[in-house]
Every structure is written in C-alpha cells, then in structure tokens.
Design a protein around this ligand. Structure first.
Ligand SMILES: [Fe+2]
Length: 286
C-alpha cells in the first residue's frame, strides 16, 4: 500500500477532474433530444415502498425468460472469478434463475443478514434521495428487467443489475457498513468533493476487485452483472491498481466503455477503514 500517499495532506486537486458538477447535475444539464430519458435521474415524489410493502408485479413470460437468460449466462462465468463473499451472498438471498425474484423476499433475507432492506424505486433517482436511502441502510432497486435487445448492455438501471449485481454484496457485513457510510458521507458532500465520491462509488461498489488467496476476484456490481466485463476485468488489458483512496479519487474512468483501470482491495475491512479516514480528512464524517 502507498502509505505516503494515504497520509499526504488532503489537497486532492486533480488535473483530470475539473468538472465539479455531480453526475445528477450533468445529466440534467445535458438532457436533450439525444439523451435516453431513462438516464435522467428523477426526484422521488413520495416515499418508495420498502420491504413487505413492495407488491410483486405480473411479469410477462418474456420478462422472466430474459431474467433466466441473464442469470444463466453470468453463472457460466462467475464461479472462480467472483469473490467468495459475492457467491455466498447469492446463496443467502436465494436468487432464483427461473423468474424475476420478489423484492419483498430479497429485502427480508437481506435484513436478516445485515439489517439492510430494499425500497422499490421507479428508475434512476436524484442523488440526494439515493444517498438518503443508503444512509438508512435501504437499497433502492428497480423491479423491471431490460428488453431482450439490451441483454448485453443497457444505459438505464434495471432489476438484473440492481438485484443480481448489487444485492449479494450487501449480505457481507463490512461491505454493508461501508455502503451505509458512503450514503452518510455523500449527504454531506458539497462542490468538488462530489465527483470524488462518485469515483469512490465507481471503483468500489460498481467496479471493485478483491484480492483473495493471491488472485484477483470480482465484486463490483457493474462487473458481475455484465457479460463482457466479467472476463475483460480480469484480463491483461486492464491496469490493476492497489486500493488507495487518494489515488482512486483522482483517477478517471470510462462510463460508456469497458474499463481500463481497476482498483484491487485486500479486504472489505480495508475498504471500510480507507473510506472512513478519507471522509474524515475531508470533513464529511465525524
Ligand atoms: Fe449500480
């Protein structure tokens, strides 16, 4: 680990991140005819249903079939590539492959594991709503699955990414604590610290790697839910960088293409501790 960098004064000024707008503000500013409306975050008008308040929709056979295809093709690739915590999380949640799971059931199992629950949200939500929910140990999830023409990639959130990608890791205690803390810290983030928080989210929650028994393993939701990233992320085309908060927040990333740089954590405790000290140095948490 690069202790000197971690202990350096919190200047944090990156020549590569000059845009202080948050992802939400960028999406709002760039909302025009060329933008997929599903990628524009929406403000929650009322509290979303949580846990057993969430009804199970009447999914079409095609939707359930899409879910089955997505799960089965990922499961051909994930064993031996995804980290143990992720694979165990799938078992804990009993994620089925033959139909889209019930958010209410997943919420109950998650709650038993780490005290997290699930809220059903309509799509991409305003960052303040998102952080607020995370800070209360509530994971916002969609309940619709992508269309068949978007099996490989969808720019919008869907329940395959939210459930299959994100939820298993929330059964892991240190990761579950980190994600709540992320929500709490992000609620306090103003100005130029916000893109840095987004980089933190990107390189850990979405695209994090974990060193396990000497091998790199996957845990980021954006990787485990993407057919192409699963093999690409562990290949030689991707630069692997040891986890260090200061380096991470100053590293650019690809939003619309395969990743070319990824960070590798030694453990989820390292992630939790690293995030705690970084946020304290920036006055985001006490
Ligand atoms: Fe995600």
């Amino acid at each position: 680990m690069t202790d000197d960098v971690a202990n350096a004064p919190a200047t944090d000024d990156s020549p590569t991140q000059e845009d202080d707008r948050s992802a939400f503000e960028k999406a709002q500013d760039e909302a025009g005819e060329d933008v997929d409306p599903r990628t524009i975050p929406q403000t929650l008008e009322e509290d979303p249903p949580i846990g057993d308040e969430i009804p199970y929709p009447e999914y079409s056979d095609e939707d359930n079939e899409t879910w089955r295809i997505l799960v089965e093709r990922q499961m051909e690739q994930l064993p031996g590539r995804a980290c143990t915590a992720y694979m165990k999380g799938q078992e804990t949640l009993q994620i089925e492959s033959d139909r889209i799971p019930s958010l209410a059931n997943l919420s109950e199992r998650l709650n038993e594991a780490t005290g997290w629950t699930v809220a059903n949200v309509p799509g991409l939500i305003h960052e303040k709503d998102f952080f607020e929910l995370l800070s209360e140990r509530i994971f916002p999830s969609t309940n619709y699955v992508r269309g068949r023409e978007e099996l490989d990639y969808t720019p919008a959130p869907d329940c395959f990414h939210d459930i299959f990608g994100h939820m298993p890791m929330l059964t892991q205690p240190a990761f579950a604590d980190f994600y709540q803390l992320f929500g709490q810290a992000a609620l306090n983030g103003e100005g130029s610290v916000r893109p840095k928080l987004e980089a933190f989210h990107w390189f850990t929650v979405e695209f994090g790697l974990l060193m396990e028994d000497g091998d790199e393993r996957l845990f980021g939701a954006g990787i485990v839910s993407s057919n192409e990233e699963v093999t690409h992320a562990l290949g030689d085309d991707v630069e692997k960088i040891p986890f260090d908060p200061q380096t991470l927040v100053n590293t650019d990333y690809e939003v619309y293409n395969l990743q070319n740089k990824l960070f590798v954590m030694d453990s989820f405790e390292q992630l939790l501790d690293g995030f705690k000290s970084w946020t304290r140095r920036h006055g985001l948490l006490e």
